[in-house]
Ligand binder design. Structure first.
Ligand SMILES: [Fe+2]
Length: 252
């Protein structure tokens, strides 16, 4: 905890001060040591989301630590399971899911942490409709911190390349998250994340599904996933071109 507070947390807070969201993600993309990068990325993304949700500074500090430690229980899971190239069988999946309860116990037994942080490790795979694990509890029993980390955890996992599958295109991930906003994820937290994330893309170059490169020049609040894009002399309103989407953002 001392090392985390003195070295990792200040780094995460410093990085989350920058608004170059996609630059941060790109820097965290190299293929080695996914688990480490994932925890740092979820720490950064949750800190950003916490600011967007206007958490008080002391809550934000608590959230940064909770988010950075959310998967700490994975240190108890055999590495053959963590790095298995194919899908996990039932028995392996049951063991993998225990990273939540292991994480809860580890954080609970660590001096300098609090119960809110232990609960994030326990609940970040729980879903609003009760379809999550380890206990399948409903939304009203899931803490706000856990709901925040559920959103950033899903986002980072889906947009990351893994050795058994490629990274999913950004627009597909956000669209899927938008679909999940009612049912699995907290709708308010999820919509703030998608809106702010899209707003931070204003002025960035993006690659479209047809291979063309354009610049995002306007984001519509009611349909943030389909902005107005400028390509040379043309202006393409993605809300009217449902066949087109954004594949990736080109870091500035
Ligand atoms: Fe997890």
């Amino acid at each position: 905890m001392i090392e985390l507070r003195n070295e990792v947390i200040p780094f995460i807070q410093q990085v989350s001060e920058k608004n170059d969201f996609f630059g941060i993600l790109a820097a965290l993309q190299p293929k080695d040591d996914y688990t480490y990068r994932h925890n740092v990325a979820v720490g950064i993304l949750s800190t950003l989301l916490g600011k967007w949700l206007k958490l008080k500074p002391e809550e934000l500090g608590m959230l940064t630590i909770a988010a950075t430690l959310h998967d700490i229980g994975k240190i108890m899971i055999p590495s053959e399971i963590l790095t298995k190239a194919g899908p996990l069988d039932e028995e392996e999946m049951a063991l993998m899911r225990k990273h939540t309860t292991y994480g809860y116990e580890l954080i609970r037994d660590t001096v300098g942490t609090n119960h809110q942080q232990a609960l994030v490790a326990l609940q970040h795979h729980e879903r609003m409709d009760g379809s999550g694990y380890p206990f399948g509890v409903l939304g009203h029993r899931i803490t706000d911190f856990s709901k925040i980390v559920a959103v950033t955890d899903i986002f980072h996992a889906m947009t990351s390349e893994r050795f058994y599958r490629p990274a999913a295109p950004l627009y597909e991930v956000l669209r899927q998250m938008e679909d999940n906003a009612f049912g699995k994820l907290d709708p308010y937290i999820c919509s703030v994340f998608i809106n702010k994330l899209m707003q931070s893309m204003l002025g960035n170059d993006v690659e479209l599904t047809d291979g063309r490169i354009g610049k995002i020049i306007l984001i519509l609040a009611h349909d943030p996933l389909r902005p107005l894009v400028n390509i040379e002399e043309d202006f393409i309103d993605l809300s009217r071109h449902r066949d087109l989407g954004i594949v990736r953002v080109i870091p500035q």
